[in-house]
Design a protein around this ligand. Structure first.
Ligand code: IVH
Length: 694
């Protein structure tokens, strides 16, 4: 049953559309919403329901009709009755002074000219036609004379009013502006595209252009496009203001969004001041700008000045240094950070970008290199925005030379020569040098001496840095050799004899420590205080832990499956899974690290040993095994691990002391020997039973 009479519905529809358009304007144009989103949604739904009841009362300017059209095959052409011109470019202050002189000459005045200064939005130009206040057409700039009809797409942009506000607008109005994407909108959209595995856009400008020129308006509607207006073309049947500054206020009153950062200025000096100010604000702006535009404010003066070729003589674009440039990637070097993380750095053909000459740019990590498919020799897009580190944004594959080379992760650390590891699934590759890598030394030493680690009173961050710079400290072991350098320490600025004595006493006192503290102090990746304590509890002493780490490392190198690695002693420790176990294994398998541990022990670092819970009852404790022949379920190495894990030992030859000979397929002479000596022989099934693996 229709809930309302037709006449009531008509009235209600009109009222809802007006209310919604008003809220839309406050939200998207003024950035100042009046009602909560939910309230807006409710009104929108009400409108939808009523329109469903009276479909013949739906109008093109209804907020429900923004995304109406279906995809088309191509865009129709639109002739711009007043051509869409471009602007002359200026880069230096002297260019602006020159421009101002030309303007004053043409106007024949000595007085400072009033200009209207605006940001130069980095998007794409469009011209929108409003007939009797209704949006009837939107076109791209094209070549300035002919553009493409993008009406259906522009209608989907929320800051575009489908009808103008107020009354005094011209019967026919062509307004011009810039369609763009905010930095935030761009980043979010790109993140979404990346998640879907779809190609991302290089910058907001390309994203805006790509999104507006979609043949299917539904796609455009899903993209965060925005608009700001800055000029007009044809205007008939109504009065326009006399100045650009007033025009902007008028446009805003008609519901057409304009950039907020505009201002009237006086003379070249005023222009340049505005340029400086906006340049400083550039990074904080919500959208990208590539410069500013100065326009002679008075329209009567604009008419006197007129045009040259395709640009007005009354306006000029003052560009900021470009934030993106093309250059050639010559080489890639790897830098080692404080935590050992390797960062690939692109060495570039020097290029002027973002106001400075750039010859290095970050490539972030190996995943990024793979994702962007960067090769040495490639022509690459470099971006430097504000003070951020320049980065390689993408490559131009069509310019790849034949001899372009793949970028390989080095096997050894460029600083210390230790192995580089990259855990599966991790983007970051790391140097395993830990304690000996100069790049990591300062951080490692600070951690080693810190209160929760070796707790060396007086050896804080600043002193560690100084002592490393003075070459008195290289590794943690050097801390315990500082007493040999007492004279040098006293000579150091800021360190009197008394404080040196105090420091050396604290160093000496720290030698008596605990195994958990020592393990934590070593700075093994992912081994925090809790894990260090768990490891100490389980193994009781360093030797047992080291052995477990080396066994684990070997098992990984042998390619043991994860479920078998899980059975190894290292993973029996609470909270130690494969990821942490492999880091512990890597650490102890690095000879540099074990050497420093040995030095520390030799220099007197010590702790109370305990039995460790791992030494508890084990099913095969003390049993001696000999393996012969091949097994089906596992290799001999794996069998050995299983036996050791349960407290057993594996030897090479059969003797009276042998408890079991495990005989697989094709056993050798050891089988005969076992029978001779009467040693128990287990076939594979019996062996698995013993291991409780059957
Ligand atoms: S005025 C006749 N104002 O820059 C002058 N243009 O190089 C018409 N642009 O295609 C343009 N911000 O799309 C003007 N505040 C601004 C602008 C601006 C960006 C673009 C515009 C035009 C290009 C000219």
């Amino acid at each position: 049953m229709p809930s309302k009479s037709r006449r009531d519905a008509e009235k209600k529809l009109q009222q809802l559309r007006q209310t919604l358009a008003g809220h839309n304007h406050r939200y998207y144009v003024l950035d100042d919403p009046q009602i909560p989103d939910a309230e807006y949604d409710r009104l929108f739904q009400e409108l939808e329901q009523l329109e469903a009841e009276f479909p013949d009362l739906i109008t093109a300017d209804s907020p429900t009709q923004r995304v109406g059209a279906n995809a088309r095959r191509e865009f129709a052409e639109v002739n711009h009755e007043v051509p869409m011109l471009s602007l002359g470019n200026a880069f230096a202050a002297s260019d602006i002074e020159e421009f101002d002189r030309r303007v004053r000459n043409a106007l024949d005045t000595e007085q400072p000219v009033e200009y209207f200064a605006e940001p130069k939005l980095d998007g794409l130009a469009v011209s929108l036609r409003y007939a009797n206040g209704r949006l009837v057409q939107a076109a791209t700039r094209g070549d300035g004379a002919t553009g493409e009809d993008v009406t259906a797409n522009v209608r989907t942009i929320k800051s575009v009013p489908l009808t103008l506000q107020g009354k005094n607008y011209p019967a026919l109005l062509d307004v011009r502006g810039e369609v763009f994407m905010s930095k935030q909108g761009f980043n979010r959209m790109n993140a979404g595209l990346a998640e879907q595995g779809v190609k991302t856009f290089v910058n907001p400008r390309n994203a805006a252009a790509g999104s507006l020129r979609q043949l299917d308006p539904h796609i455009t509607a899903s993209r965060p496009l925005e608009i700001c207006f800055h000029s007009f073309g044809r205007a008939e049947g109504g009065q326009l203001p006399d100045r650009q500054s007033e025009l902007m206020t008028q446009l805003r009153d008609w519901g057409l969004r304009v950039a907020p950062e505009t201002r009237r200025v006086k003379g070249a000096a005023g222009c340049l001041k505005y340029y400086q100010e906006l340049g400083r604000k550039r990074e904080q702006l919500k959208y990208e700008i590539d410069g500013v535009v100065y326009k002679v404010d008075r329209f009567d003066q604009q008419r006197v000045l007129g045009f040259v070729s395709r640009a007005p003589r009354w306006a000029i674009a003052h560009k900021f240094p470009a934030q993106e440039e093309l250059t050639v990637l010559r080489a890639v070097e790897f830098q080692v950070g404080r935590t050992g993380a390797l960062t690939p750095v692109a060495r570039l053909e020097p290029v002027f970008v973002g106001g400075v000459t750039v010859s290095n740019a970050t490539l972030h990590n190996m995943d990024e290199i793979e994702r962007k498919d960067v090769h040495i020799g490639d022509t690459v897009y470099i971006r430097r925005a504000g003070d951020v580190i320049p980065e390689v944004v993408r490559v131009l594959p069509e310019r790849r030379p034949k001899n372009a080379a793949r970028i390989e992760l080095p096997a050894a650390c460029p600083v210390c020569g230790s192995h580089i590891v990259r855990e599966p699934g991790e983007a970051v590759a790391r140097c395993t040098g830990g304690l000996i890598c100069a790049a990591q030394r300062k951080e490692a030493l600070k951690h080693f001496a810190s209160r929760r680690a070796m707790d060396i009173d007086g050896l804080g961050s600043v002193l560690v840095e100084q002592l490393v710079d003075d070459a008195l400290l290289h590794t943690p072991a050097d801390i315990y050799r500082l007493s040999d350098h007492k004279a040098a320490l006293i000579r150091r600025e800021g360190l009197g004899e008394k404080s040196v004595d105090k420091l050396l006493a604290a160093v000496a006192a720290s030698k008596a420590t605990t195994l958990p503290r020592f393990l934590f102090a070593l700075g093994i990746r992912d081994v925090g205080e809790t894990t260090a304590a768990d490891l100490a509890d389980y193994f009781g002493d360093l030797d047992a832990l080291k052995q477990a780490a080396l066994d684990y490392h070997k098992a990984m190198a042998d390619g043991l499956a994860e479920k078998d690695l899980k059975a190894l002693p290292l993973q029996q420790v609470g909270n130690v899974g494969h990821v942490i176990a492999s880091k512990i294994a890597d650490f102890f398998s690095e000879p540099h690290n074990t050497r420093i541990i040995d030095e520390l022990l030799a220099l007197g670092v010590q702790w109370q040993k305990t039995a460790g819970t791992a030494a508890g009852p084990k099913p095969l404790n003390g049993k001696i095994f000999v393996l012969t022949g091949s097994l089906n379920r596992m290799t001999r190495d794996e069998a050995k691990v299983h036996i050791q894990q349960r407290g057993g030992k594996v030897t090479g030859s059969v003797s009276k002391r042998t408890d079991y000979v495990v005989a697989g397929v094709d056993p050798g002479s050891k089988f005969d020997k076992a029978q001779q000596l009467g040693v128990a022989v287990l076939d594979e099934a019996a062996f698995l039973l013993l291991l409780e693996l059957d």
